[in-house]
Design a protein around this ligand. Sequence first.
Ligand SMILES: Nc1ncnc2c1ncn2[C@@H]1O[C@H](COP(=O)(O)OP(=O)(O)OP(=O)(O)O)[C@@H](O)[C@H]1O
Ligand SMILES: [Mg+2]
Length: 255
Amino acid sequence: MSISVEARNVHKSYRDGARTVKVLHGVDLTVAPGEMVAVVGPSGSGKSTLLHLIGALDTVDDGEILLGGESLARLDRRRLAAYRNRTMGFVFQFHQLLPDFDARENVMMPGRIAGQDPNAVAGRADALLEEVGLSERRDHFPSQLSGGERQRVAICRALLMSPPLLLADEPTGNLDPKSAQQVFGLLLDLQRRHGTTTLLVTHNPALAQRCGRILYLDEGVLRGMSADDGKLGPTHGASTSAVARAGQTASDGLR
Ligand SMILES: Nc1ncnc2c1ncn2[C@@H]1O[C@H](COP(=O)(O)OP(=O)(O)OP(=O)(O)O)[C@@H](O)[C@H]1O
Ligand SMILES: [Mg+2]
């Protein structure tokens, strides 16, 4: 199952006391159903902000976000909740697991919220945890897991409902190179087998290059970059060094 994503002239600012921080200044984005797109850019450029807006976790100041051609602004609360539960999986930059639930219960949460049969949900959760090498840790609480293990649990939770859209905010940021490859492989496999539309924020140029397309967020706007034959070539004024710069700002696992 696939879904398109579109952002039209999206603006977003944050008010910080008397100061207004302008983050997005007219972001335009079109992601075709089933496409896997990397979003790169310096720290603080607004990558998480953009993902939160697309994930309906925050609202735009101006402009519009459309999912499958439907504007998020037109959805009522009930449909927005259903959208968050069933249409998209979100991997947060800082995992956001519930501390009072063990790994397996955290992964099961979207299925329980949707009222699905607990045995079936538990079976799917176990299969996902096995795929990321965490079968032995499924009874552990987040406080008993390493950073990379927590992130893998969060990825399983995002995938539980086999959503047509996956929004992943540095999903490999806390992982060692081998686990990062494994997790990225899982996302790629999902995208290829199910046509999951995937937006991946990453500071890792090697992973970005393996996505179908790279978009570079800087100074509040999004620019396209091409990734032909594994070599980054600039388009619309973005440069190869931009990706290298983006890579320098962070701590993704493959570096
Ligand atoms: N709730 C908030 N209130 C005020 N400012 C905010 C808030 N959230 C984000 N910002 C500011 O907005 C800017 C963009 O933040 P964002 O988290 O989107 O950046 P990012 O590109 O994801 O960075 P990183 O690569 O470090 O994760 C930053 O300058 C940040 O300080
Ligand atoms: Mg971020």
